[in-house]
Design a protein around this ligand. Structure first.
Ligand code: UD1
Ligand code: CA
Length: 469
């Protein structure tokens, strides 16, 4: 089997993005464009993946690390010139697939078909698509036998050529020998003054090589990103592809138009996503969960049969049958034990909540370890910050923290401890102890009635003195 090499072009600046970031590191469904392409190509099984980089190459390296070979194009003199930089890595008897780093929708299946056609002895195969609006794409000129005669760029095309709707995807499979032979023949003699890779097609044909088109399974996958408008279109397309995959795997998505699931998210069978759900990063959701409406989970790890309503969960683990929300905020490094309840307007930060514990309403639990079967009342605050450092709160199993309690950390409540409502507790509470820390109530009988009477008399006397009666 001939060696298979992929060359991904990512040296162009992408000026139309109007960005300080390199075009190919802009994210589509939470993953840099170039990473989508590299991951997809890894599944094709190339012997070597080469990425051509130019300015801002450090941004591309930061995304891809050392899993690819980098070659540098110091001056951006065109796509043909970019491929020339990879020549030292191209072996004569191999197959070279060229892809553009700004086309993240490319699918493995299309590339495999492209390669298998090239392997049948054609010098080159070009992946093409018939699109509604061919503007800005290279037009594919077919010979009478159906093969490709040449590709003409928008700027070099006359009116007749511009009407052609079959366009170049920018993905090619070359018999490397044929490519190496024509690369030195390219000139920058065109409207853009660049070395255009598309010109290799005509050169290969003139050398007697056959260039075949392979039509994309879905023309929409041709979309490339040159500006932010196209970025939004590609995002939408990639998003529907991801949602479709989850639906096929048994996830119910009530309103796919208003649900966002990033590339690397996993969702278990029979989970239901309500509208307004956003699942980001490496979020993993178990089976039979109900997520949303209006919930954002980032790198959350959620077990089975969990409910999350109108809440935000960041970098945290949620065990089975937990109920979160509505309107809860679970911040990084938290772990919510099985069957626990985190109710409305509750914030949990860097805390462990034990199994079957309840924090049902209006509470802040930060830097805490809460045991099992604990009840944290409405309005409880773990006072974890003294203005200088954060302190820990430890609450033992089966304890009860009354409503509106302040637990001034560092503090420990022993197993079975009970803190009376309205207390501000500064000292540890031992096992099975009861702590109350508030002023005793004083009740003055009839006080209000007497007060009102006194005030009325006073105001009458005042009016008489002023002679207004
Ligand atoms: C290119 C094709 C066009 C095709 C379209 C499909 C050429 C001449 N034109 O046009 O036929 O229909 O893609 O999306 O190839 N790059 C470099 N070095 C350079 C110039 C570009 O690495 O000197 C890289 C860019 O980073 C980019 C890719 O090549 O990832 C394509 O370049 P771009 O300028 O976006 O080409 P298009 O005008 O879109
Ligand atoms: Ca482009």
């Amino acid at each position: 089997m001939a060696e298979k090499i992929a060359v991904i072009l990512a040296a162009g600046l992408g000026k139309r993005m109007n960005s300080r970031r390199h075009k190919v590191v802009h994210e589509v469904c939470g993953k840099p464009m170039i990473a989508h392409i590299v991951d997809e190509m890894k599944s094709v099984g190339f012997h070597r993946l080469i990425v051509v980089v130019g300015k801002l190459e450090e941004q591309v390296r930061a995304v891809l690390g050392d899993e690819v070979t980098y070659v540098r194009q110091t001056e951006q003199l065109g796509t043909g010139h970019a491929v020339m930089q990879a020549v030292p890595f191209l072996t004569e008897d191999s197959l070279t697939v060229v892809l553009y780093g700004d086309s993240p929708l490319i699918r493995r299946e299309d590339v495999l078909r492209l390669m298998s056609e090239a392997e049948k002895g054609n010098a080159t195969t070009v992946l093409t698509a018939e699109v509604e609006d061919p503007f800005a794409y290279g037009r594919v000129i077919r010979a009478t036998d159906g093969s490709v005669e040449r590709i003409v760029e928008e700027k070099d095309a006359d009116d007749e050529t511009r009407k052609i709707r079959e366009v170049n995807s920018g993905i090619y499979a070359f018999q490397t020998k044929a490519l190496l032979k024509v690369l030195p023949k390219m000139t920058a003699n065109n409207a853009q003054g660049e070395y255009l890779l598309t010109d290799t097609v005509a050169h290969i044909r003139n050398d007697g090589g056959r260039v075949l088109p392979v039509v994309m399974a879905d023309a929409g996958d041709i979309a490339n990103v040159n500006d932010r408008i196209q970025l939004a279109l590609v995002e939408k397309r990639m998003q529907s592809r991801i949602l479709l995959r989850h639906m096929q795997n048994g996830v119910t998505i009530m309103d796919p138009e208003h649900t966002y699931v990033y590339s690397d998210v996993q969702i278990g069978q029979d989970t239901v996503l309500y509208p307004g759900t956003i699942l980001e990063g490496h979020t993993v959701i178990g089976t039979d969960c109900v997520i949303g409406p209006n919930s954002r989970l980032v790198n959350a790890n959620v077990a089975d049969r969990v409910t999350v309503q109108s809440s935000v969960v960041l970098d945290s683990r949620i065990e089975e049958e937990v109920s979160v929300g509505p309107f809860a905020y679970i911040r990084p490094e938290s772990r919510i034990g099985a069957r626990a309840k985190i109710g409305d307007f509750v914030e949990i930060k860097k805390s462990l909540i034990g199994e079957d514990s309840k924090v049902s309403h209006l509470a802040y639990v930060g830097d805490s370890e809460v045991g099992q079967r604990v009840n944290i009342g409405c309005g409880v605050v773990t006072v974890n910050y003294d203005g200088f450092v954060k302190h820990k709160t430890i609450i033992g199993d089966d304890s009860f923290i009354g409503s509106n309690v302040n637990l001034v950390a560092p503090i420990q409540i022993g197993t079975g401890g009970y803190v009376a409502t309205g207390s501000t507790v500064t000292d540890d509470v031992p096992e099975n102890a009861f702590a109350i820390a508030r002023e005793r109530q004083t009740t003055k009988l009839g006080y209000v009635k007497n007060l009102k009477e006194r005030l009325r008399m006073k105001s009458q006397n005042g009016s008489k003195k002023n002679g207004r009666e």
